[in-house]
Ligand binder design. Structure first.
Ligand code: NAD
Length: 357
């Protein structure tokens, strides 16, 4: 018999999750003993929340950078680091989705400052040690424990204003974290538990959160699912799905969460046979048999009104083939080896957007 063995790290992040928890941000800053923070995020449409948090923090805020962009342009990171140094910040407060948290991570990487994150989407970056930067059409990502936030404040009330479209694709982005963590051969059983439960919550509650964004119960379940998803991603290696989405976002400028929403069913179909055993608990959580996961995820995408093909983003077939070539050149830890032919089939399937069989 095989005796269980694994390695699992428990990173020290304090997590506060409650409706209205944004009011705790000053207490959290106080308990971190910070004197002067750089507030990152809170641009439109989150300006009012940004103003509210800035007002509550009062003189703690040495400077505020509202403007954030996807995939952290290097110039923005350099400017934000300079601001942090100029005000002699001793902490970073990031409010927003993966873009605001990503900018804070870039500053953390440069300065060693720690982050308190207040996430407003389901991207999950607040729970990971993954940073990213884009320079001249090339996205670089890496992992570093310094960028993992020390505290995270989840307030479901900050998510009720997400439009249906953003809710759908951001939720599917989180679901993709769960899927890739679940089939990572090195993920610990604890990480798998997080991934499978995250997937169950997201698949169950996302349609309700999309149908009625003001419904707090559905929003809260999806937010918790996204928290589990980010935690699982932070403890697992990323496979073919995340690698392809990074290429499509970083080099071809495709929108982050939307691209994840399109690619997910095809990444699962690609790994179906190689990852059958690892996918079985996920199938059970989604209430399908394991050959049906890809199609079920595709159906969920249609149900929540997500985009279905890469072609919809204006990507050309020529660029899809180029992206596949980039993908096959990467060294990817994935259940099924990513050879040029398989990469091409995967990207072209996502390009066309037909229901996986
Ligand atoms: P985002 O942060 O770019 O936000 C998308 C849009 O939604 C923005 O216009 C934003 O202002 C708006 N928005 C955010 N929250 C809102 C709310 N509550 N109500 C209304 N509008 C809201 O998108 P994202 O998908 O959260 O993050 C994408 C970025 O994060 C990408 O650059 C991606 O690479 C990165 N990311 C990193 C990790 C990681 O672990 N490092 C994980 C996931 C995503």
């Amino acid at each position: 018999a095989v005796i269980r063995e694994f390695v699992h790290e428990m990173p020290a992040t304090r997590v506060v999750l409650a409706a209205g928890a944004r009011n705790n941000v000053p207490d959290e800053v106080a308990s971190l003993a910070w004197q002067r923070v750089l507030l990152i995020g809170g641009d439109e449409p989150l300006r009012a929340v940004g103003d509210e948090i800035a007002a509550a923090l009062g003189p703690w805020v040495g400077a505020r950078i509202s403007d954030t962009a996807q995939h952290v342009p290097t110039a923005a990171a350099t400017a934000a680091t300079a601001t942090a140094r100029r005000i002699a910040a001793d902490g970073l407060v990031a409010l927003g989705g993966g873009s605001a948290i990503g900018l804070a991570k870039a500053v953390a990487l440069d300065t060693g400052l720690r982050i308190l994150a207040v996430p407003t989407t389901y991207a999950g970056s607040e729970m990971t040690d993954i940073w990213g930067r884009t320079d001249g059409g090339r996205k670089t990502t890496g992992r570093d424990p310094r960028v993992r936030p020390v505290a995270v404040v989840y307030d479901v009330e900050l998510t009720t204003g997400m439009p249906a479209g953003l809710t759908a694709v951001s939720g599917l982005n989180a679901l993709a974290h769960c899927v890739e963590a679940a089939y990572d051969a090195q993920a610990s059983p604890i990480t798998r538990l997080l991934a499978v439960e995250g997937a169950r919550l997201l698949a169950t509650w996302l349609p309700d959160a999309v149908a009625d964004g003001r419904e707090l119960r559905a929003r809260a379940e999806v937010q918790y699912g996204a928290h589990l998803a980010g935690t699982a991603l932070g403890a697992a290696r990323m496979g073919v799905h995340h690698s392809l989405c990074h290429i499509l976002g970083g080099t071809f400028g495709l929108p982050h969460a939307e691209t994840h929403a399109v690619v997910l069913p095809y990444a699962v179909a690609f790994n179906q046979t190689a990852a059958q055993a690892a996918l079985a608990p996920l199938a059970a959580a989604l209430d399908v048999n394991d050959v049906g996961i890809a199609a079920t995820l595709w159906d969920l995408g249609r149900k929540v009104g997500a985009p279905r093909s890469l072609a919809e983003f204006g990507l050309t077939a020529h660029d899809a083939v180029r992206a596949a070539r980039h993908l096959a050149e990467h060294h990817i830890s994935n259940p099924r080896p990513v050879d040029p032919e398989g990469a091409r089939e995967l990207v072209l399937a996502a390009y066309h957007g037909k229901r996986p069989g």
